[in-house]
Design a protein around this ligand. Structure first.
Ligand SMILES: *Cc1c(COP(=O)(O)O)cnc(C)c1O
Ligand code: SF4
Length: 356
């Protein structure tokens, strides 16, 4: 199937879903009684295990009754996070938390509507009507010479047609102050068919302004021969590929899965970039772990146990930017002798203290 055929066959009804999995009574209830946008490409649906309700892919796709519970989420989360009520006048499409870079939202559509998505409440299910007008965003960017890095996001920007993407990239490259263009797209994982000859033409070739892409892969089962090929095609166009995983309870919060995920990402030429702690959005409490869990996983599954290339930076995205939550287990303290450090095996060593 081409990517357009994948989207035409988008799985959005219970009947379609049942061709891939046997639903539990609870899943059926959640599907029938909740007003929520859900869906997936048939490709990604085909990776679900038919009879395992805890399948890590299925849990990202199929709505759950637990989405009704909300203890730790914040209402109107996205408005709070994106600082939309600040002094600076910006188009809806531009989210800004930093001086030198912005997030530029160009579409609302996705190749899968992730159950853990922090945008779900307002943009996907809600009535927050945002106007993601590309030209308006481009005009704003043209007037902001301090912005040197544009993160094109959504939704999923790779759901735009080739011509639209070509226009967007061309216009961004015309801005002399834009030094790099980044895409956030789950298509290499949920719709690898998208990385086709037409897109390669749009992305490829030598340009002064490089393209970077971060995808989202949360479990090793999402990495297939198709995703590996899609990543290679992107790299062959000069597009660097990284990953932004979300720490999800019961999906990737155990040492074995977590290490396998990061090792397999590298095996498919994807460089782990961020591990996100679940944001304070409502309806995703069932995916939340204690905040320490991510740091423990980096300590127990990655650092020292496998290459440093496999290690993402553990952060939480907040209304004031991304904040690192990395473990500092290696610092045992310092005394006259110097800083005492510990490694992943529990061995200790010493670093001299240098006066400032
Ligand atoms: C995440 C984000 C960025 C990019 O942050 P990096 O740490 O550079 O990847 C930029 N702007 C906004 C609003 C963001 O949320
Ligand atoms: S692909 Fe990204 S924006 Fe779209 S539903 Fe998933 S997490 Fe949300």
């Amino acid at each position: 199937m081409t990517w357009q055929e994948q989207l035409k066959a988008f799985v959005r009804t219970t009947e379609q879903l049942e061709t891939f999995i046997n639903l539990t009574a609870e899943e059926r209830l959640a599907l029938e009684n909740q007003q929520t946008k859900w869906g997936t490409t048939p490709y990604f649906a085909s990776l679900m295990e038919r009879d395992n309700p805890n399948c890590p892919i299925r849990r990202q796709v199929v709505p759950s009754l637990q989405e009704q519970h909300n203890q730790f989420g914040r209402e109107n989360y996205l408005l709070w996070k994106e600082n939309r009520e600040t002094d600076e006048v910006r188009p809806d499409s531009i989210a800004r938390q930093y001086r030198d870079r912005v997030a530029f939202t160009v579409t609302q559509g996705c190749g899968i509507y992730c159950r853990h998505c922090f945008r779900k409440e307002l943009v996907i299910d809600g009535d927050l009507q945002l106007d993601f007008n590309v030209d308006e965003g481009l005009a704003w960017l043209a007037e902001h010479a301090e912005v040197r890095d544009v993160l094109v996001t959504g939704g999923d920007p790779f759901l735009l047609a080739d011509e639209q993407l070509d226009y967007l990239i061309r216009k961004l490259r015309e801005l002399p102050h834009v030094e790099m263009i980044r895409f956030g797209s789950r298509t290499p994982i949920v719709l690898p068919q998208r990385i086709d000859a037409g897109l390669k033409k749009v992305l490829g070739g030598y340009h002064r302004t490089p393209l970077w892409l971060n995808t989202q892969c949360n479990h090793p089962n999402e990495l297939t021969d198709a995703s590996a090929r899609a990543v290679l095609e992107l790299l062959s166009c000069g597009v660097n590929v990284g990953n932004q995983a979300v720490l999800l309870k019961g999906i990737n919060d155990d040492v074995t899965t977590f290490r396998a995920l990061h090792q397999k990402l590298l095996q498919q030429r994807i460089r782990p970039y961020y591990l996100f702690y679940c944001e304070a959005a409502p309806g995703i409490d069932h995916f939340r772990t204690p905040v320490e869990r991510g740091a423990e996983l980096i300590r127990d599954a990655l650092r020292g146990h496998t290459t440093g290339l496999a290690q993402p930076l553990y952060v939480v995205a907040t209304n004031i930017g991304k904040i690192p939550l990395m473990p500092d287990y290696y610092q045992l303290g310092s005394d006259e002798a110097g800083h005492r450090l510990r490694n992943h095996r529990g061995q200790t060593t010493c670093l001299p203290r240098i006066p400032a």
